[in-house]
Design a protein around this ligand. Structure first.
Ligand code: RIB
Ligand code: CA
Length: 338
C-alpha cells in the first residue's frame, strides 16, 4: 500500500516536535513538507524549530517553509509560558544546518494541492490555522482537493486552556479556524477533550531515556519541561501530549473514539472568542462537519509513540556531545524512509 501523503502545518512547540518525529519515523506516511506558522512562539522560531526537529530525525531533506507570521485579523498571541522562550526549551540543540525552503508556506500548500491528484494529500494541522485558511482564500480551487484535515484544536467538555472557553490553536486565529471548519473539507479534530487524556507518565519518560538515543533523550527532556506548566495549572502529574494525537490517528485510528458533529467557531464573543461550539447532542440542526474526538486508548497511544520514536536511532552528524545528547549508536541509521 502506498504511503499516505501529508503536509504538517506546525508551530513547534515540544508536542509538535514529537508529532513530527513520529510522522518521520512512520513508513505509512510520506511527509511532503512542513509549513511553519506563528503560534507557540513567533514565526522565526517555529520555522527554526521545525528544521531542528527534522535534523534530529536524520531528515534534513524535508522541506520546511515559513508561513504566516500573524493571524488573519488579530495580533499574535504566543505561549512562551508553556513552551519556553525558544519554543523547544528543555534541551539545548544546535541551530539548524539547513536553510528554509524557498517560497512562502501558503504558496507551497496551494502548489502542492493543485499539482497532486485530488484527494491524495492530507493536511496535519497542529498550530493555529492561519496558513491553511490563507491558502483556501488565495486559491479556493484547492479546497475540494484536500483529502482530509487532521487537526489538534478546540475543546468542548474539557473547556479552554488559554481562556476559560478557548483552546490555544483556535484562540490564536479564530477567523482562520471558522473558515477552515466551514470549508467542507473532511475534518478529524483532536480537541483537549481527548488530548488531556493523553498524559505522559514518569514510566514512559524513563522508557524513552532507556532507548539511549538522541531522539529518546530529547523527547523526554522536552516533556519534562512543558509538564511543569500543566502540573502547576491542573495538579497531578503528566503532561498532555496534544499534537501527536493527529499522527497517531493516521497510523492507528482505532486508538480513538469520537462523534461526527457540527462544530462552529465563535469569533465575536466577549468572553468566548475562539470557542469550538460542538453540537455534541445534535440540537442545532446544523450538519455534521467534524469527527470530534473524545476518547483515546492511552496505553496504546504511548506504546505507538515509543515504538516509532525508537526507530529514529541516530541523529545526523551535526549535533555533537555539546548538545547534551548521548552519541548516536554505532552504525545506527536514520528513521525508515517512506
Ligand atoms: O492547546 C494545545 C496546542 O497549542 C498544541 O498544538 C500546542 O503545541 C499549542 O500549539
Ligand atoms: Ca502545536
Amino acid at each position: 500500500m502506498s504511503p499516505r501523503r501529508i503536509i504538517i502545518d506546525t508551530d513547534p512547540g515540544q508536542d509538535d516536535a514529537v508529532a513530527i518525529l513520529v510522522a518521520l519515523a512512520s513508513p505509512e506516511l510520506e511527509v511532503l513538507g512542513l509549513t511553519a506558522v506563528a503560534g507557540n512562539v513567533p514565526l522565526a522560531l517555529t520555522a527554526r524549530n521545525a528544521r531542528i526537529v527534522c535534523e534530529l530525525a536524520g531528515r534534513p531533506d524535508i522541506p520546511v517553509f515559513a508561513g504566516c507570521d500573524r493571524p488573519l485579523a488579530r495580533a499574535l498571541v504566543t505561549a512562551e509560558h508553556v513552551h519556553g522562550r525558544t519554543g523547544l526549551d528543555g534541551i539545548a540543540l544546535p541551530e539548524p544546518g539547513v536553510a528554509l525552503a524557498e517560497g512562502h508556506a501558503v504558496d507551497f500548500l496551494v502548489a502542492t494541492l493543485l499539482r497532486e491528484p485530488a484527494g491524495t494529500v492530507t493536511l496535519v494541522a497542529i498550530g493555529p490555522l492561519t496558513n491553511i485558511a490563507a491558502a483556501f482564500r488565495a486559491a479556493p480551487a484547492v479546497i475540494p482537493r484536500v483529502r482530509e484535515i487532521v487537526l489538534m484544536g478546540g475543546a468542548y467538555f474539557e473547556v479552554g486552556n488559554i481562556t476559560p472557553a478557548a483552546e490555544f490553536n483556535i484562540y490564536v486565529d479564530p477567523e482562520a479556524a471558522a473558515e477552515v471548519f466551514a470549508s467542507g473539507v473532511p475534518l478529524t479534530v483532536m480537541p483537549l477533550d481527548v488530548t488531556h487524556k493523553a498524559l505522559t507518565s514518569a514510566a514512559w519518560l524513563a522508557a524513552l531515556r532507556g532507548l539511549g538515543t538522541r531522539v529518546g533523550t530529547a523527547v523526554a527532556s522536552w516533556c519534562d519541561f512543558f509538564e511543569r506548566f500543566d502540573r502547576a495549572k491542573y495538579g497531578g502529574s503528566g503532561a498532555p501530549l496534544h499534537d501527536p494525537c493527529t499522527v497517531a490517528w493516521l497510523l492507528r485510528p482505532e486508538l480513538f473514539r469520537g462523534r461526527h458533529v457540527n462544530v462552529v467557531i465563535e469569533t465575536e464573543g466577549t468572553f468566548t472568542t475562539g470557542m469550538t461550539v460542538a453540537d455534541w447532542w445534535r440540537v442545532s440542526g446544523r450538519p455534521a462537519n467534524a469527527h470530534f474526538m473524545g476518547g483515546v486508548d492511552r496505553d496504546g497511544y504511548f506504546a505507538l509513540l515509543t515504538e516509532r520514536l525508537a526507530r529514529l536511532g541516530a541523529a545526523p552528524a551535526r549535533p555533537g556531545p555539546e548538545d547534551g545528547l548521548p552519541p548516536p549508536p554505532v552504525g545506527a541509521g536514520g528513521g525508515p524512509r517512506p
